[in-house]
Every structure is written in structure tokens, then in C-alpha cells.
Write a protein that binds this ligand. Structure first.
Ligand SMILES: Cc1ncc(COP(=O)(O)O)c(C=O)c1O
Length: 402
């Protein structure tokens, strides 16, 4: 063991060092270790994992094509998964002729691969503010300027974006190369981008020549209301890359996601994504989906998450003080809460953990300063029977700071 820093650490790039220092993952581990009701992480609840069906798919894959499934490139079932994803995206209105699918090791891997193809240090990436911290850190790794735009209950503020773009152009500053949006049940606010804003966003992308990365990690988990067509379905100029994941539906551990993009863009990203994807889990999930299990799984998941959301919202209604506000998502995993201005949710966290509840402080979701009095609660993981007590405890500790 090394008593001091291993010699090689000196050779880490400044970017790697700075990512390590600023990484939220250190504090995540502390939160994860806490012996408390976890409303912090966007993990699916363990009983949702279709373990029996996946175990059966493993057997079938081994029996039918074991050596190919274990080989570079995979076999028939790995290929079928690509067709399955293509058909599902086509059913959402995305043109299967103009676009093609690239399977990835999760949505984050897809986003990282997109960045490799499009970003150089000094470029600008526009994001929602707040947004998913995992994506913020991917963008930071590319040495870009991250420009955050406010989000309300209809998603990213497109008027503010139009003003920002105009100001940048007038000042001779660079305009964004990419705009990253979580269009359905955004992480962390739960907001869904309205149809009108989707159309205006596409018009701005045309006018200012940027690519939209549409993260649909939660699209399949709508419990209420009508689906809104994806940006990728509304786009007719080939500047939207849509990203998806099986992490929130089948299981994070299968490490499988995808992107859908116009073919030359998909091919460029594929050529840059070193190492390829896990053909074995692709084959297993390929069989699982082909057998109809994914389509059977979704209704049960939506029902379970809707009940969880309702129980969390009931608890918030019962215990939070009148000055607190929160979102009421139609899908996904998260509720975003703003407490009194005097509350600092980073400081509150230790008290909350002592009182038996964890959450993620709002500041984690900002590419800059912000979110001090906000926090994200996830209804996806903990036992819903614990929600009421956990929120009562949270309200108590917050009252001490108000
Ligand atoms: C918006 C969003 N995108 C992507 C991910 C990560 O997806 P994956 O596990 O497939 O990398 C998450 C998970 O928290 C998320 O909330």
C-alpha cells in the first residue's frame, strides 16, 4: 500500500484533478452510508428488478448462442435489441429511415460519447438549471463553458434562452455547440418540456446552429397525462440526438442505454466510442425484450411509481410548512422542493441524516451557484411506508433553520 499519494497521481491532467476535487461522488458515498430513509438517490426500488425473467433470458442465451453472445460483436439477440429500440423510438414518432440507433453502456455513456464527437475545450454547452449532476460532470470533463437556463413547470425557459443567444451573438461571444435537455420528467425538477417550447427550441437550434441532446431517461415512466412528442420526432433538420436508458426500467446494473441520431452522426459517435458495448447483457436484454417482458413490465412500474409519488406528495402536504413549494411530476422519480430562503440545504443535510432521512441538496444540480434553499427527493427507492415519518423529520430539522 502507498503511504503517500501514488506517484502516478502527479501525472493526472489538471482536468482530472479538478473533477476529482469537485466531484459530488465523495459526498454521495457519505449520504449512501447513512443509516436513514434514503430519499436521495434515483435508484429503482429493488423489488422492481425482473430477476426471474432475466435469469431465464440468461439461460436461453447460453443455450441458443452462448459462444456468440460472449464474443466481440455478439450474436442474434444482441442485434435484436437494436431493432427493438429502433421500433420503440419509431413508435414515438422518430423517423426510422432518417435516424439510426447506437446501443451504449447506459445513457451517461451515450452523453459522454456525444461530447467526444462534438466538443472542444472552450465550447459552450447550454443546460437546464438545475439539471442532472452526472451530466454536468461529463460536460465539465470536456473543459467547456456550461451556461445554465432556468427551468419552470413547462421545462427550460425558452424566452430566456432566446435572449441569452441574442446577447451572446451581439457581443461576439460563442453560442452553444450543444444544448442538453431532459425533456420528460426532468431530473431534478420533474418538469416536462411543453410542446410549444419544444417547437421553439428547435427553431432556435436552427437559427443558432446547435445540436440538441434530448435525454429521455424517464420517458417510459409517465403515470399521468398525455405523452409529448420527443424533440427528435419534431425535428426535421437532423440536429437532435435522443438518448435513452434501461437503467430506470429494467435495472441500472444491465448498463444499457442508447442514442438515436441521423446516421452519419450516429456513425461518428460509434467510431469514437472506444471499447464498444457489453454484448452479453445486450443479448440477455435482447431476449428479455423480444419475449415481450419489457412491454409487460412498464404498466406495473408506472403504477408502482405513481403510488409512490402520491404517497410522497401526501406526506409533503401534511408536514411541510406553508412557505415550502414543491413540484408535482407526471412521471419519473423526483420531486423538487424549495424551502424558506433562510434554509441552506447543504448545511441541513447532517441534521437530516441524524434525524433519519437523506436527500440531495439543490446545489448539486447547479453548474454554478444556486439551489441553496432547494433539495431533491426521490420517491423511487425507499419503502413508501417510511415516507411520512421521513418527511415529518425533515420538516422538523428545517423548522430549526427557518
Ligand atoms: C436524466 C438522467 N440521465 C441519465 C441518467 C443515468 O443513466 P444511466 O444509468 O443509463 O447512465 C440518469 C440517472 O440518474 C438521469 O437522471
Amino acid at each position: 500500500m502507498h503511504d503517500e499519494e501514488p506517484a502516478g497521481t502527479d501525472l493526472l491532467t489538471p482536468q482530472a484533478r479538478s473533477t476529482l476535487e469537485s466531484s459530488g461522488y465523495g459526498s454521495w458515498r457519505e449520504i449512501a452510508k447513512a443509516d436513514a430513509v434514503s430519499l436521495a438517490f434515483g435508484f429503482p426500488f429493488p423489488e422492481s428488478f425482473p430477476t426471474d425473467e432475466l435469469a431465464h433470458s440468461v439461460e436461453v442465451v447460453f443455450d441458443a448462442e452462448g459462444p456468440q453472445a460472449l464474443q466481440y460483436g455478439g450474436g442474434e439477440y444482441a442485434t435484436r435489441l437494436e431493432s427493438f429500440v429502433r421500433e420503440r423510438e419509431a413508435a414515438r414518432g422518430i423517423d426510422p429511415v432518417e435516424t439510426s440507433v447506437l446501443l451504449t453502456n447506459g445513457a451517461t455513456h451515450a452523453i459522454d460519447s456525444i461530447c467526444r464527437a462534438f466538443l472542444e475545450p472552450g465550447d459552450v454547452v447550454a443546460v437546464e438549471r438545475p439539471t442532472f449532476m452526472g451530466s454536468i460532470s461529463v460536460f465539465e470533463n470536456f473543459g467547456v463553458e456550461i451556461d445554465g437556463l432556468a427551468v419552470d413547470d413547462e421545462g427550460i425557459d425558452v424566452d430566456a434562452l432566446a435572449d441569452r443567444l441574442e446577447t451572446r451573438r451581439a457581443a461576439g461571444e460563442p453560442t452553444p455547440t450543444l444544448l442538453y435537455t431532459i425533456s420528460d420528467f426532468q431530473n431534478p425538477t420533474g418538469a416536462t418540456l411543453s410542446l410549444d417550447r419544444r417547437k421553439r427550441l428547435l427553431a432556435l437550434a436552427d437559427e443558432y446552429d446547435f445540436v440538441i441532446v434530448e435525454d429521455g431517461a424517464y420517458t417510459d415512466l409517465r403515470f399521468d397525462g398525455e405523452s409529448v412528442p420527443p424533440l427528435a420526432a419534431l425535428d426535421d433538420s437532423g440536429r437532435v440526438i435522443r438518448v435513452g436508458s434501461f437503467a430506470k426500467t429494467i435495472a441500472p446494473g444491465v448498463r444499457l442505454g442508447w442514442l438515436v441520431a441521423p446516421e452519419p452522426i450516429r456513425d461518428a459517435i460509434d467510431a469514437l466510442a472506444a471499447g464498444g458495448t457489453n454484448t452479453f447483457t445486450r443479448s440477455v436484454v435482447g431476449h428479455y425484450c423480444d419475449a415481450g417482458h419489457f412491454d409487460d413490465l412498464l404498466p406495473a412500474l408506472r403504477e408502482a411509481y405513481a403510488t409512490r409519488r402520491d404517497r410522497l406528495l401526501d406526506a409533503l402536504e401534511r408536514h411541510l410548512p406553508p412557505e415550502a413549494t414543491w413540484t408535482e411530476p407526471d412521471g419519473g422519480f423526483f420531486v423538487w422542493i424549495e424551502l424558506a430562503d433562510t434554509v441552506d440545504t447543504d448545511e441541513l443535510l447532517d441534521d437530516a441524516i441524524d434525524a433519519g432521512v437523506t436527500y440531495l441538496p439543490g446545489s448539486m444540480f447547479y453548474p454554478d451557484d444556486g439551489g441553496t434553499n432547494a433539495l431533491r427527493l426521490s420517491f423511487s427507492y425507499a419503502d413508501p411506508d417510511d415516507f411520512d415519518g421521513a418527511i415529518a423529520s425533515l420538516a422538523d430539522v428545517a423548522a430549526d433553520q427557518s
